[in-house]
Design a protein around this ligand. Structure first.
Ligand SMILES: Nc1ncnc2c1ncn2[C@@H]1O[C@H](COP(=O)(O)OP(=O)(O)O)[C@@H](O)[C@H]1O
Ligand SMILES: [Mg+2]
Length: 267
């Protein structure tokens, strides 16, 4: 059960603008240790901007208020020191194409990543265990394009998990993939994250994904988080007009019930 003193990440009162336009307006939410939280909202709501600010990027949107509290350290979004990704947070981009160098073999890319996070490029037993748990086969001499997108996405997740982050952020994990493949990949990651006590923040336009995986969900529209709470409660009784619209206009129950029957053939 969640208790109030287990917060791993807190974003408090984050506001940001692009030129004079406010694109994030007083956002607050939190993620507990080992918890899965979803941020759900339509296109243009400000989800990617939120992630960019959390990763310490100040363009195109520049934060003008708020703080980020992670693993015991609080940083102002407006402070210069904020301009670095907090250690312990891993981020997987929405499109596998943005995560790999197409001209380098996968083996080399994995070893580079391993060297950065572990200090050694040697392939060890724990890396093999990670690959096994994600259902990844050995690299051979493959280049990225020789693997299916589902496998590429899993490999990106594997690379993100190599550094044993305390929080893994996934930006639109369904957008580049068939939703059934995405459900399968996410279930694998979820199991691994639970075993390793890694918290997940899933940013998505897909309410079904939140319903399936997240303990708590933030509903975002027009730069604001209009609801944040237990996912099941929020789906049963959305409080705001936008929350009601999102819940009533999505065919999310179907996707949720089918999410459990995905087979490896979906790759
Ligand atoms: N490079 C940019 N220049 C100007 N406006 C931008 C830029 N990127 C995003 N925006 C604006 O910021 C708002 C939030 O965009 P974004 O964070 O990409 O939304 P989402 O990820 O939820 O689809 C939108 O109104 C969008 O038009
Ligand atoms: Mg986006």
């Amino acid at each position: 059960m969640r208790t109030d003193n287990k917060a791993l990440l807190k974003v408090e009162n984050l506001s940001a603008r692009i030129d004079r336009q406010v694109v994030l307006d007083n956002l607050s939410f939190e993620v507990d240790q080992g918890e899965c939280v979803a941020v759900v909202g339509g296109s243009g709501a400000g989800k990617s901007t939120l992630l960019r600010c959390m990763m310490g990027l100040t363009r195109p949107a520049s934060p003008y208020r708020g703080s980020l509290w992670f693993g015991g350290t609080e940083r102002c979004f407006t402070s210069k020191k904020q301009h670095a990704r907090p250690e312990g947070i891993a981020f997987v981009p929405q499109n596998p194409d943005h995560g790999f160098d197409p001209l380098k073999r996968l083996n080399w890319q994995w070893r580079q990543a391993a060297r950065i996070v572990t200090g050694s490029s040697a392939f060890n037993a724990s890396q093999q265990a990670l690959m096994d748990s994600l259902g990844l086969r050995s690299f051979g001499s493959s280049f990225p394009h020789q693997w299916s997108r589902g496998m590429q996405q899993r490999l990106l997740l594997g690379i993100a998990l190599l550094g044993k982050p305390r929080l893994l952020i996934l930006d639109e994990p369904t957008s580049a993939l068939d939703s059934l493949i995405a459900a399968q990949v996410l279930r694998t990651v979820m199991t691994y994250a639970q075993e390793q006590d890694i918290a997940l923040l899933i940013v998505t336009h897909d309410l079904a994904l939140a319903a399936r995986f997240a303990t708590r969900t933030a509903i975002m529209t027009a730069g604001q988080i209009v609801e944040f709470g237990e996912t099941s409660k929020l789906l049963d009784e959305p409080n705001t007009a936008y929350g009601k619209l999102l819940v009533s206009h999505r065919n999310w129950e179907v996707a949720v019930s089918h999410g459990d029957t995905v087979s490896a053939a979906a790759e």
